[in-house]
Design a protein. Structure first.
Length: 286
């Protein structure tokens, strides 16, 4: 194996990875509400929260009512009280952006709220014909929330965590195995025993990585996920280096085994870093 060739290969992967993750990956909390059985007439959707400012002192998004029938806004305001007010129709003390009318996304009506989000809220929907639906109190338990709101049954449906974790596991395990098995051949370490050891080691370490990353991405956002990913990859590299040192064929030198572990984890880290933002966006859809 030529060291110069390997270094050029790693550098190329690093450059490709840098194209995928953009600088604007900072934490931006987001709430997505997908309507099930949406109204077939004009309507508006807002969040009801505990009031924390006088109407004249609240932060207001000046474009929030653009293109909306004032009668619908009046109906929202009629449902407000001393305990609950609309974050967009009334205003709150912190900046928040949202879409009262929503937009079509993949055939569904979706409302998105972002920037600053309340810790607890209700969803309110009013229609042109006078129908009003108000959800139960919802507690925000994730940095990025993706809720489905069934208007017919007034039911909130949350994403299933087990599906997110399974997808996270597969999205990291498959490219990691491909990379590490390719490098196993490149380093001249291929054998049936080493193949089995590498597969078992990667399944175990990726279970650890996925259990951590899947939760962090949803609970804390992409930026925190990247930081944790960096730390966890260091832990995984040490674990795999120890396994390969002890379990690989004895005929190979220890230095070659350790170098393989470092190189394989570095390359798989670059590949994983390149796809982490796309994985994150897909997790939000589950």
């Amino acid at each position: 194996m030529k060291i110069k060739t390997t270094l050029l290969f790693l550098l190329a992967l690093l450059v490709m990875g840098s194209w995928t993750v953009h600088a604007d990956a900072g934490p931006k909390p987001e709430l997505r509400i997908t309507l099930i059985n949406p109204p077939d007439e004009p309507y508006v959707l807002d969040l009801l929260v505990s009031p924390n400012c006088e109407a004249s002192e609240c932060w207001i998004d000046e474009e929030r009512f653009e293109g909306i029938d004032p009668a619908l806004i009046d109906m929202i305001e009629a449902q407000q009280s001393d305990q609950w007010v609309g974050v967009l129709t009334h205003g709150v003390s912190y900046p928040i952006f949202g879409d009262l009318q929503g937009s079509m996304v993949n055939g569904y009506r979706v409302h998105t709220f972002t920037y600053r989000l309340p810790d607890a809220f209700k969803i309110i929907v009013v229609t042109e014909s006078g129908k009003t639906v108000i959800s139960e109190v919802i507690t925000r338990d994730a940095f990025m929330m993706n809720l489905r709101f069934d208007l017919d049954s007034n039911t909130i449906l949350r994403p299933e965590l087990w599906k997110q974790l399974i997808f996270q596991f597969g999205s990291t395990l498959i490219p990691t195995l491909l990379v590490e098995l390719f490098l196993l051949v490149l380093f001249g370490l291929w054998s049936r025993r080493n193949f089995k050891v590498s597969v078992i080691a990667n399944v175990l370490t990726q279970l650890l990585l996925s259990a951590t990353m899947g939760l962090v991405l949803i609970q804390a956002g992409l930026l925190s996920g990247i930081v944790v990913y960096l730390l966890m990859e260091g832990v995984v590299m040490l674990i795999e280096a120890l396994i390969y040192w002890k379990a690989f064929d004895k005929k190979h030198k220890t230095g070659r085994k350790i170098l393989y572990a470092i190189t394989a984890n570095f390359v798989s880290f670059i590949v994983g870093f390149a796809v982490i933002s796309q994985t994150y966006l897909f997790l939000l859809q589950l």
